[in-house]
Design a binder for this molecule. Structure first.
Ligand code: SF4
Length: 202
């Protein structure tokens, strides 16, 4: 548990994990870490955070992060290597697999957080150079869960009118927030609605 010096002031910031954009209060612990809590005044979450946002403080340290290229060597141990060696190694392994088994034997799975230009370059590399259509991103996985949720909840893959949901007296939403899906909107609307209802009843 992070112990926080009460003299250190909380910084208002935003959780960047998904599109809900919950407000958080980050209070530095003076040792490079911070205690994280939901900002009670932020309209997106009114003080609440999901499990990912709540654990943001655990991501601040560098101890368990991969900070430089490493290759698993013969004994199974990971050894630090130069970027040029790591890139050569990956290129040679790709070349070897493509030559032996064909372009369909390799695939790229890209981050959902790349920029459009990055996606373009990665798709050009896979489709135009390597010659395979095996390229996808985790953004599709996020949207796939949203589509499944839409179809089961509303009968179609369409974005619901969240303004109507937020004025509905009873609305239940249980979702794991995703970066791209409407489930995040539902989560936000649900929190807002419950907060409004609580204010009205008090
Ligand atoms: S719903 Fe969770 S992941 Fe998304 S912004 Fe809020 S705390 Fe972060």
């Amino acid at each position: 548990m992070t112990v926080v010096d009460p003299d250190l002031r909380a910084v208002k910031t935003t959780c960047a994990y998904c599109g809900v954009g919950c407000g958080i209060l980050a209070t530095p612990d003076g040792r490079g870490g911070a205690a994280i809590s939901g900002d009670p005044e932020h309209p997106a979450n009114f003080g609440r955070l999901c499990s990912k946002g709540s654990a943001l403080g655990e991501t601040l340290g560098l101890t368990n992060r991969l900070l430089y290229p490493m290759i698993r060597c013969g004994e199974g141990n990971m050894e630090r290597v130069a970027w040029s060696d790591a890139l050569d190694h990956v290129a040679h392994r790709f070349q070897h697999i493509v030559a032996r088994d064909g372009p369909g034997a390799v695939a790229f799975y890209l981050s959902g957080q790349l920029l459009t230009e990055d996606y373009y370059v990665a798709n050009k590399l896979m489709k135009g150079f390597i010659g395979s259509a095996n390229v996808d991103t985790n953004s599709r996985l996020c949207m796939a869960s949203s589509v499944a949720g839409h179809r089961r909840a509303f009968g179609a893959d369409t974005v619901p009118d969240v303004t109507r949901i937020s004025t509905t007296p009873t609305f239940w939403c249980w979702s794991a927030p995703t970066r791209h899906g409407v489930t995040q909107c539902c989560t936000s609307a649900c929190w807002s609605t419950s907060r409004s209802a609580a204010r009205e009843s008090s």
